[in-house]
Design a protein around this ligand. Structure first.
Ligand SMILES: Nc1ncnc2c1ncn2[C@@H]1O[C@H](COP(=O)(O)OP(=O)(O)O)[C@@H](O)[C@H]1O
Ligand SMILES: [Mg+2]
Length: 315
C-alpha cells in the first residue's frame, strides 16, 4: 500500500496534472462548527450501524415487520487504505455505501468521515462531504445524463459547489482516465460501456476527493473491459493517494484492487482481514462458500497486457 499519507500542500497534488488547478481554486468546506474532530481520524469509521426499511403493511391488524438491511456493522478504513466489501446480492452492500456517503441515514449507530460525525446531519449540512468523498456507481449508462455533453457531466460536481471549471481542467481529468480531451464535446451514447465508466470516474475525481467509493463499478461491463477499468481505478487511487471503498459481489475483482476485505452476509460482516488472509485461509463457512464459487475472471485479469489497457481508450 502506498497511499497512507493524506494529500496536503506540497504533496503530489501540486505537480499532478489532474489535480493542479483543482487544488488552486478549491474553496474550503470545513466540517460544520461544534462537531468534534479528532486529531488523526480514520478516513471512515462505522460503528454498530443498523438500517431498517419499512415493508408495506399486508394486514390492518398487524404492524408490518421492518426489513433489517444492516444488523450492526462496524469497521474502520485508514487513510489511503483500499477496503473491499464483498457479499451476494441483497446482503446490504449498497445500503451501507449510501449511509457512508450521506445519501441515507443509519437507523442506529454512527458514521464518521475523517473524524466528522454524519449522524443527524441534513443534506445541506453534508455539503462538505462532497469534496471529501465521491461515488462511482455500477451502471454508467443510467448514472450519466444522456442529454448532457461530457464536459458538463465531468464539471457537474464543481458547478454544484459554485465553481466554474475550465475546459482545460475537464480535459486534464478526461486524459487522466485514458480518454482524449476532445471527448468533452460528445455525448455519453457515443462511448462504449468502459469509456462511459471512465467518464464517471473523471466526474468523481473532479472535486479532488480524498475518498472514492465504488459500488460494483465493473459489474455491468463486458468481461473483456473489466480488467482495464479496474486497473485504471487501482492506478488512480495509487497516484492520487486516495482512500478506496470498493464493493462487489465478485471476490476476484476485490482481490485485484484491495488491501483488506470485509465479507458481508445478510446485513452483517462475518469476516474481515487482509485480502491474502481471507482468500487463502478463510475462517467463516460463508466465506469458504463464496471463494469456492469464484468465476474465472481472475484468469482474465492476470492475462491483461499493456495492449489491452490502451485498446479502449480512444473515443
Ligand atoms: N429503499 C428500500 N426499501 C426497502 N427495502 C430496501 C431498500 N433498499 C434496499 N432494501 C432491501 O435491503 C436489503 C439490502 O439491499 P442492498 O443494500 O441493495 O443490497 P446489495 O447492494 O448487497 O445487493 C435487500 O433485502 C433489499 O431488498
Ligand atoms: Mg448493491
Amino acid at each position: 500500500m502506498t497511499g497512507s499519507v493524506p494529500q496536503g500542500p506540497g504533496s503530489d497534488a501540486d505537480t499532478d496534472p489532474v489535480m493542479r488547478g483543482v487544488a488552486a481554486t478549491a474553496p474550503a468546506y470545513p466540517a460544520p462548527a461544534g462537531i468534534p474532530v479528532s486529531p488523526d481520524p480514520a478516513a471512515i469509521s462505522v460503528r454498530n450501524v443498523t438500517r431498517d426499511y419499512r415493508r408495506p403493511r399486508t394486514s390492518v391488524l398487524r404492524a408490518s415487520e421492518p426489513v433489517r438491511a444492516l444488523r450492526g456493522v462496524s469497521f474502520e478504513v485508514a487513510q489511503g487504505e483500499r477496503f473491499g466489501i464483498v457479499g451476494e446480492s441483497g446482503c446490504g452492500k449498497s445500503t451501507l455505501l449510501r449511509i457512508i456517503s450521506g445519501l441515507d441515514h443509519a437507523t442506529t449507530g454512527s458514521v464518521h468521515i475523517e473524524g466528522t460525525d454524519l449522524t443527524g446531519r441534513r443534506d445541506r449540512q453534508l455539503r462538505f462531504l462532497r469534496t471529501r468523498l465521491q461515488l462511482v456507481f455500477q451502471d454508467p449508462m443510467s448514472s450519466l445524463d444522456p442529454r448532457m455533453r461530457v464536459h458538463d457531466i465531468v464539471a457537474e460536481p464543481l458547478v454544484a459547489q459554485g465553481r466554474g471549471p475550465s475546459r482545460e481542467r475537464v480535459g486534464e481529468l478526461l486524459e487522466a482516465v485514458g480518454l482524449q480531451a476532445a471527448a468533452a464535446d460528445r455525448y455519453p451514447h457515443q462511448f462504449s460501456g468502459g469509456q462511459r465508466q471512465r467518464i464517471s470516474i473523471a466526474r468523481a475525481l473532479a472535486p479532488r476527493p480524498n475518498i472514492l467509493v465504488a459500488d460494483e463499478p465493473v459489474s455491468a461491463l463486458d468481461v473483456s473491459v473489466r480488467a482495464q477499468v479496474l486497473n485504471l481505478i487501482a492506478d488512480l487511487v495509487d497516484e492520487l493517494d486516495l482512500t478506496l471503498v470498493f464493493v462487489s459481489h465478485d471476490l476476484s475483482v476485490v482481490r485485484h484492487v484491495c488491501d483488506r476485505v470485509a465479507v458481508m452476509h445478510e446485513g452483517e460482516i462475518v469476516e474481515m482481514g487482509p485480502v491474502a488472509d481471507v482468500y487463502d485461509d478463510p475462517q467463516h463457512p460463508y466465506t469458504r462458500q463464496l471463494i469456492a464459487a469464484i468465476p474465472t475472471l481472475s484468469k482474465a485479469l492476470s492475462g491483461t497486457t499493456a495492449a489491452d489497457l490502451t485498446r479502449e481508450t480512444s473515443p
